[in-house]
Each structure stands twice: as C-alpha cells, then as structure tokens.
Design a protein around this ligand. Structure first.
Ligand code: NAD
Length: 478
C-alpha cells in the first residue's frame, strides 16, 4: 500500500512515520496509509508558506476565485466518492458523508465568489482636503488545525476563506482522519495555486500542532477541537501576539414545551442528539422538557430510538454509524457509568453492539430523571448519549438551557410565537433553532458560539473576513 504524503512547497513529501487509517465500522479494513510528520517538516511548510505570502497577497482576486471555483467544482463532481471515503474513515452514514462532501464543495464555491468582492470603505474625512480609505489585507501565514468529526467540511470552511482573502495556509488535520484531508489537499494541489500557498502537514498535535502554534512566522491560528486543546492553542498564540480563533465543545440544550408538536419534537431531538453518532459539537445533548409533555415525549423517544438501525456506516439503511474509535467509545461508556452512579435512569440504549464486522457500535442512549448539575449534563460526552431534564415551565426551561459553561447552539420546539421569539432573544448561544435540530446549519452564514464554546471572530459566511484579514486605514492629502 503506497503512503499518501504531505504536500509542502508544491511537492509531495514523505513523513517520518506512517499512520494506518482504520475504518471504525470494520477495523480489519485499512482505509489507507498516511504520512505522519515531524516538527521539522511542519517548520519547512511554514517557511514555504512565508516565502509564498508576498506574491499571493498581491495576486488578483480573479486568480484566487478561479482556483477556489475549480476546487469547489471538483469536490461537487466527486461528492459520492469523497462522501464514501468520509463515511469509511469517520463512521458517519453514507448520506451524511455525501452531504458533508457537498457542503465542502459549496463552501469553496461561496468563497470563490467572495474573493472577487473583498470589501472596503471610503469615508469622508473630518479634515479638509483629506481622503480616508479602509481596506482589508491578508494576515499572512495562517495555521489551520482541525478535529476528526467533520473531516472535510471544517477544513473547507477554514482553507477556503484563508485563500480567498490572500493568505498562505499550513493545514494540520486530525490524526484520526487523514484520508479526507489528503483527498482535499490533492484537489487543491491541482488548482493552479503557486507553490507554498497551500501546505498539508499530517501528524500529531504534540509535533505538528505545536510547531504551528509556536512559530513566529504563523500570524494567525484557526483551531476547532476540544476545550482542553483550545486553551493550549489560545495561550500559545496570545503569548506571541498571533491572531487566534477557537471553536470548541458544546452542551447544547433543546427545549421542548408543552405546546410542541410531538412528532416535530421527537424528530428534532433524535436528529440533533444522535445523528452522526452524536459526535457533533452542536449535538443536542440536553433535552429540557416541560412537565406537561414530558412522559409522552420520553415514551415516543424510546419507541423511535428502538427502531433505528445502528450498523456499518456504508450499509444502505443504516441510521447511525459506529463511534469513531476505541478512545471515544471508552469515554462514552465511562459517561454512561457516571450517569448511572449519579442516579440518572437509562431509559433506552447504551449497549455495546456486535455487527457483522468488528467496529465500535453503541446503541443510542437516553437518560431520564436527570438534573442539570449532573456531570452528564455539564461535560461534553461527544457520543450517542443524551439526557432529559424535566422542568416546570418555559421560564425554568430557559434558565436550565442557559445554565452551562458552553454556548454554541440551542433549540426550542414550540408552536408559540411568543416563546419562540423570547427564546431566540434570550438564549445564550451563538446559534438558535426553532423547531429545527441544534445541529445542521447553512454554509453561507456565520457559525460559532459564546462562553466556553468559542473564542475570537466567527467562522463562515462574510463574517470570516474578520479573522482572515487585517484592516488598514489610509489617509491621503488630496
Ligand atoms: P482535539 O482537541 O483532540 O484535537 C483537535 C486538533 O488539535 C487535532 O488536529 C489535534 O491533533 C490538534 N492538537 C491536539 N493537541 C494539540 C497541541 N498540543 N497543539 C496543537 N494542536 C493540537 O479535538 P478532537 O477530538 O479532534 O475533536 C473533538 C472536539 O472538537 C469536540 O470537543 C468537539 O466539540 C469539538 N468540535 C467543535 C466544533 C465547533 O465548531 N465548535 C466543531 C467540531 C468539533
């Protein structure tokens, strides 16, 4: 099996070690072998990006738009194949994998268009005979560090705006999912970008990641991952004055009110909490349910969860694929034990399942009789595990929803305009959904959260310009 290499300074370069990428639906299936790199190789990539930065900053918007459009179009044309690779290496179902690949293509196409409309302003000066112009310029070399759970969409939503606004990129994907990162990079490598503008360095956070964080040549770091790593990233970047953007965990509430349509509430909760195996930063892990609908909601959830098919991500008809790896499975099982010890009732699921192939299968677990101070309701589990918190009324539901260290996404199921409007206004989250799952967003609008979930400017849509550009104010004596 040939090893898929790093892409540094326009060339495909061997790593210092090899990473065998295993399929979580079938651990006998090796998806591929990928380079794992040293700190030194990351530094070489950073040098290459720094060398390419002045020319790329001066490239025409058309040149950037053409490259991004070519990348986006190829991803869309190959969405089935890329989606399949994604499902095979990460374990989300094939329709979810294809959907994510499509999203990556759409993001590149969106930023291709943004590249030709980089905004600026001309404002009248307060002084006689002076012109004032405000322009946006590239930041320079940006380091992009991504997690395993959206192995093509998250890289896309960092790489595309970075390039659109004229920056050079050093991309470090999660060690668990090099396959999609490599496939995406291979497409980018053929898009006509000058050498050094885009670099892929695969490897561990402690080697490649830290080289990016600590290099004085990296002007900005965009990170998505856990809170624990995010803190390290922030400290390292801030201590040397680099720009930093963090997207981290969530403990997202979905409020279900007495007046909700039961079918909508159950569909919304099952999708938000358990699809993509619950491994979404925006997953609805806390279901905050008012007492009048509580028993009917729990009953319907249990019935629905029993009907879901948990199996190989690539099999037709699978609703929920496996957990991503043994570590994550151990974490899920540990939290199931913690929940039981805290006195929560496991209404359904939480069982390790055997299927035709060796994989990390776990049935979706729903806890009831929980309260919001339990660890299972405060800490991110990141698996197919959700809790129901019973509350008296809307006011208590809102208070419980907001009583968390996180603030990424939140949702409410209600037929009341009054409560929906109040919740949209008072929910302490970066994204709020009404009668829609807390996970599942558009690609052309800002994405991000508050409190412990996020730090720095928003990602995606036109708001991405805030992070990937620096503002200049120029004065001219007319
Ligand atoms: P992680 O923090 O373990 O790793 C994220 C990335 O950081 C990986 O590429 C990893 O190799 C790298 N890394 C690890 N140690 C590093 C170090 N010392 N220096 C530099 N880089 C280092 O996260 P994960 O397990 O890959 O992803 C799951 C987490 O990501 C969850 O907490 C989830 O909520 C979060 N997430 C957040 C969002 C969001 O937008 N808010 C989206 C997806 C996932």
């Amino acid at each position: 099996m040939a090893t898929n290499r790093n892409y540094i300074a326009g060339e495909w370069i061997e790593g210092t070690d090899i990473n065998r990428n295993l399929n979580p639906s079938n651990t006998n299936d090796v998806v591929g072998e990928y380079a794992r790199s040293s700190r030194q190789q990351a530094e070489t990539a950073i040098e290459a990006a720094a060398a390419a930065a002045p020319a790329w900053a001066a490239a025409t918007p058309q040149q950037r738009a053409d490259a991004l459009d070519m990348i986006g179009s190829e991803i869309l044309a190959r969405k089935d194949e890329l989606g399949r690779l994604l499902s095979r290496e990460e374990g989300k179902t094939l329709p979810e994998g294809i959907g994510e690949a499509m999203r990556a293509g759409q993001i590149f196409r969106f930023f291709a268009a943004e590249a030709v409309r980089v905004p600026g302003e001309k404002i009248a000066s307060v002084r006689q005979g002076v012109d004032v112009e405000i322009t946006r310029e590239p930041v320079g070399v940006v380091g992009l560090i991504t997690p395993w759970n959206f192995p093509i969409a998250i890289p896309a939503w960092k790489i595309a705006p970075a390039l659109a606004y004229g920056n050079c990129v050093v991309f470090k994907p999660a060690d668990l999912v090099p396959g999609c990162a490599w496939a995406l990079s291979e497409i980018i490598a053929r898009s006509g970008l000058p050498e050094g503008v885009f670099n892929l360095v695969m490897g561990r956070g402690s080697e490649v990641g830290e080289a990016i964080l600590n290099s004085p040549k990296v002007a900005a770091v965009s990170f998505t991952g856990s809170v624990e790593t995010g803190r390290k990233v922030a400290l390292a970047a801030v201590s040397r004055g680099a720009k930093v953007q963090l997207e981290m965990g969530g403990k997202n509430p979905l409020v279900v009110l007495d007046d909700a349509d039961l079918g909508t509430a159950v569909g919304t909760a099952v999708n938000g909490a358990f699809f993509s195996t619950g491994q979404r930063c925006t997953a609805s892990s806390r279901l905050v349910v008012t007492q009048g609908i509580h028993d009917r909601f729990v009953g319907a959830m249990v019935e629905k969860l029993k009907t879901l098919k948990i199996d190989d991500a690539l099999k037709q008809g699978t609703d929920i694929g496996p957990v991503v790896d043994q570590n994550q499975l151990d974490q899920d099982l540990r939290y199931l034990e913690i929940g039981r010890k805290e006195g929560a009732m496991l209404a359904v699921g939480g069982e390790r399942l055997n299927r035709d192939t060796p994989g990390y299968y776990l049935s979706p677990a729903l806890f009831t009789d929980t309260h919001n101070q339990m660890r299972i309701n405060r800490e991110e589990i990141f698996g197919p595990v959700a809790s129901v918190v019973r509350v008296k009324d809307y006011e208590e539901a809102l208070a419980v929803a907001n009583d968390t260290d996180f603030g990424l996404s939140s949702g409410i199921c209600t037929t009341s305009l009054k409560y929906a409007s109040h919740f949209k206004r008072h929910s302490q989250a970066g994204m709020v959904m009404v009668n829609l799952p807390t996970a599942g967003v558009d690609y052309h609008v800002p994405f991000g959260g508050r409190k412990g979930s996020s730090y720095g400017p928003r990602e995606q849509g036109r708001y991405a310009a805030e992070f990937y550009t620096t503002v200049k104010t120029a004065y001219t004596l007319a």
